[in-house]
Design a protein around this ligand. Sequence first.
Ligand code: PGA
Length: 249
Amino acid sequence: MRRPVIAGNWKMYKTQAETREFFQVFNPLVSATKHCEIVVGPPFTALAAAVESARGTAIAIAAQNAFWEPEGAFTGEVSMQMIADVGCRAVILGHSERRRYFGETDASVNRKLKAALAANLQPIVCVGETLEEREAGRAERVLNTQFLGATAALTTAEFSRILFAYEPVWAIGTGRTATPETASASHACLRCLAKEHFGEENASSLRILYGGSVRPDNIRSLMAQEEIDGALVGGASLDPQSFSSIVNF
Ligand code: PGA
């Protein structure tokens, strides 16, 4: 049995005060939740407030990115050790917005993934094709490249600690969700790659989240799919009511 994970990605939203307000409403709404792991990913500046607000709950806090070097002359960067030090338990890596706007590549995702594992963080590795790639019939090839690039030179033990998030770029923030069947087919493709490169056991225990316009009204049909092990939620994770109804699907 793969335990579902519902993760929120706040992107560049919320001050510290807004973060505290969120958890004040959110915590009681999920205090009885047992069926899934809950992760919230605020921006760097709100991580400490989030960790403090989630103390004593089962909610894990994630950063949305971090650099691979532990420290050094890297102006503007924050390391995996630093986000672990502030109390993060997870880190989102390779989100399509980072690939698109900030030059993230499969090679940099791979270095960050190794650094995250070394810092004992739970990496959530994002992959997914653009609309152009899907329409050109290249979706599977793109997943293949991103999967192999991200997981290059990982041991099977390291691989067993990763979460994947399939996020088709055309479904992010667009209100256009992949149908449960389309998402499912992509998840199956990733699981097949996991089996080929990291073995049957790793493949069957790998948790793959779906991301892209997940909302309270579509979470159930997505989670009804055998292949879908959770969700990475952007816009709908900003509101405690809407995110709690996704968590309590
Ligand atoms: P969305 O974002 O839910 O707002 O589409 C998902 C994501 O980017 O992780």
